[in-house]
Write a protein that binds this ligand. Structure first.
Ligand SMILES: Cc1cc2nc3c(=O)[nH]c(=O)nc-3n(C[C@H](O)[C@H](O)[C@H](O)COP(=O)(O)OP(=O)(O)OC[C@H]3O[C@@H](n4cnc5c(N)ncnc54)[C@H](O)[C@@H]3O)c2cc1C
Length: 437
C-alpha cells in the first residue's frame, strides 16, 4: 500500500495509457511521481472487461505497428503478445458482401470492380507503398484521394478503409499525410490484435511504473489545479491537497479546462474549442462460436454507412480456454444526438448480414451507446500547430493524450508519443532548473 506524500516533483492526472507511459519515463529519470486516477481501475479507454469468461475491449482495438506507438513501447521494453490478422476483409455494398481483393487472383475474380477498376486498384496498391507521405504537403485526404483515384468505387473503398483504420469519418478535414501513412500500414499488414485485449498492455505499463517507483493512486479524482510562483497545488476530491513542481494533465481537453483554475486565460480553452471529437456506438459480443466459420472475414466495412465489423479472436486469444469468439460492431456517430436503441438495432442487423445465426450463439454483450473514440485527430485546420506538450501560459503545466497529436500520428500513436513528449520536456526543464539553481 502506497503512502501518499504531500509533495511530488510531478503529479500526473489520468491513469490511461498516456498517464502511465509518461509516469515511467519520469520515474526512470529520477523524479518523484504521483499518478492519480479517478476510476477504481487504471486503463481509461484501453480497459478490457471480463464477461462470461471472455476479454472484451471497449470496442474494437487494433494496435498499428511501425509507428511512434511501437517506438515508445520498444523504448520502455514492452513486448506485445498477439498476432497480425490475415488480410481477409469484406466490403459490404447494397447489402451484398464482397471479398476485398488482397492479391492478384482475388483481384481478377472480384465482383466489386469493373475491369478498369481492377486495373486501377492494382496500380493504386502498387503506388501506395511508394508514397513519401512527408512530401504530400498540407492537403486534405479528400483532396488527395480525388486527385489520385479516378475510379469512384476504389475511392469508396479507400474512404471506408480509412475511416475503419483511423475512426475519422471526415476526409475533407483529415490531413492527407497522416491518413495515407495509416493506409500504408494497413496494406502493409501492420494491424495487431493483443491476446486478452488491451488490459494486457495496461497491466504491463502499470508493473513497469510501479517498479520505477511511481506512486499510483486509483479512486483519487483531482478536483482543481492552481498555480503559483512556487509550483502547483492540487486539490483532490476527498479534500487532500498535494503540491508539485510539474503537472501533466492526461485526461481529455474538456476535463483539462475544468481542472485548471484560470484555464480561460490559457491555450487549453482554444485547444478544446478546436478539437474534433469522434464518437461511436459499439456493440461488443461474446459468442460461443462463429456461426459462419466458412466465410469468416476478420474484418468488414460497409461502403454506404460508417459501420464496421471485426473478429479479433480469429488470431488473438480473448478467453481463458480460447474457445469463445468476440465480435465488435462499430458505428461512427455524427455531431447530432443519436438514438441508442436504433443504433444497437442497426448494428445487430448489420451482423445478421455478415454472420447470420449469431443471435443463437450470444453469451454476453456490452453496448456502448456514445463513447469517445478520439478527442481529436490530425486535421488540416490546425495549420501545423498542435496542442502541447507545454501549456505556454502556465510554466510547468503539460498535456498528453489523443488531442495533442502531431502530423503522422493516429490513435494510440498520438497517446504514447505525446506522453513521451510531455515527460521529456519536464525532464529537460527540471535539468535546466537544477542547473540554474
Ligand atoms: C471504441 C474505441 C475503439 C478504439 N480503437 C482503437 C484502435 O483500434 N486503435 C488505437 O490505437 N486506439 C483505439 N482507441 C483509442 C484508444 O483506446 C485511446 O486513444 C487511449 O486508450 C486513450 O488513452 P489516454 O490515456 O490518452 O486517455 P483515457 O484512456 O481516456 O484516460 C484518461 C484517464 O483520465 C482519468 N481522469 C479523468 N479526469 C480525472 C480526474 N479529474 N482525476 C483523476 N483522473 C481523471 C479517466 O478516468 C481516464 O482513466 C479506441 C477507443 C475507443 C473508445
Amino acid at each position: 500500500m502506497n503512502v501518499l506524500k504531500t509533495t511530488y516533483d510531478v503529479v500526473i492526472i489520468g491513469g490511461g495509457l498516456s498517464g502511465l507511459t509518461a509516469s515511467i519515463y519520469l520515474a526512470k529519470a529520477g523524479l518523484s511521481v504521483l499518478l492519480a486516477e479517478k476510476s477504481t481501475e487504471l486503463g481509461g479507454r484501453a480497459l478490457t472487461m471480463k464477461k462470461n469468461g471472455a476479454y472484451l475491449n471497449l470496442g474494437v482495438h487494433a494496435f498499428y505497428q511501425d509507428g511512434k506507438g511501437e517506438e515508445v513501447l520498444r523504448e520502455l521494453g514492452v513486448e506485445l503478445r498477439g498476432a497480425n490478422p490475415p488480410a481477409s476483409v469484406a466490403a459490404i455494398w447494397n447489402n451484398n458482401i464482397y471479398s476485398l481483393p488482397t492479391g492478384p487472383i482475388q483481384l481478377l475474380t472480384s465482383r466489386l470492380f469493373s475491369l478498369t477498376g481492377k486495373v486501377g486498384l492494382a496500380k493504386f496498391m502498387y503506388k501506395l507503398g511508394k508514397i513519401d507521405t512527408s512530401k504530400l504537403g498540407r492537403i486534405s485526404f479528400r483532396e488527395w484521394a480525388e486527385r489520385e483515384i479516378t475510379d469512384p468505387m476504389i475511392r469508396h473503398v479507400v474512404y471506408a478503409i480509412s475511416r475503419t483504420n483511423t475512426f475519422v469519418p471526415h476526409p475533407e478535414l483529415h490531413l492527407a499525410s497522416t491518413a495515407v501513412r495509416q493506409l500504408q500500414r494497413t496494406f502493409g499488414g501492420k494491424a495487431f490484435y493483443m491476446d486478452r485485449g488491451w488490459s494486457s498492455l495496461v497491466n504491463d505499463l502499470k508493473q513497469r511504473a510501479e517498479r520505477a517507483g511511481v506512486t499510483i493512486m486509483t479512486s483519487h479524482s483531482v478536483g482543481e489545479i492552481s498555480s503559483s510562483e512556487d509550483g502547483f497545488q492540487l486539490r483532490l476530491a476527498n479534500g487532500d491537497s498535494i503540491s508539485a513542481s510539474y503537472v501533466i494533465i492526461a485526461t481529455g481537453p474538456a476535463d483539462a479546462c475544468k481542472l485548471v483554475k484560470g484555464a480561460a486565460q490559457t491555450s487549453l480553452v482554444h485547444w478544446k474549442e478546436e478539437a474534433h471529437t469522434i464518437k461511436a456506438a459499439c456493440l461488443d459480443l461474446v459468442l460461443s462460436r462463429l456461426p459462419q466459420s466458412t466465410s469468416s472475414f476478420v474484418a468488414g466495412f460497409w461502403l454506404d454507412a460508417p459501420i464496421f465489423y471485426n473478429n479479433p479472436t480469429s488470431v488473438a486469444t480473448h478467453s481463458e480456454d480460447g474457445d469463445l469468439t468476440v465480435i465488435h460492431m462499430v458505428k461512427l456517430l455524427g455531431k447530432n444526438p443519436s438514438n441508442p436503441k436504433e443504433d444497437e438495432r442497426q448494428l445487430e442487423q448489420a451482423l445478421d448480414l455478415i454472420q447470420p445465426g449469431w443471435r443463437k450463439e450470444e453469451k454476453a454483450r456490452q453496448f456502448l451507446p456514445r463513447i469517445t473514440v478520439s478527442n481529436d485527430f490530425c486535421s488540416i485546420d490546425k495549420k501545423g500547430i498542435y496542442p502541447g506538450p507545454e501549456v505556454p501560459e502556465m510554466k510547468g503545466l503539460y498535456v498528453a493524450g489523443d488531442w495533442t497529436g502531431h502530423e503522422g500520428e493516429v490513435l494510440v500513436d498520438t497517446v504514447l508519443a505525446s506522453a513521451r513528449r510531455a515527460a521529456l520536456a519536464i525532464i529537460n526543464q527540471h535539468a535546466n532548473n537544477k542547473g540554474a539553481g
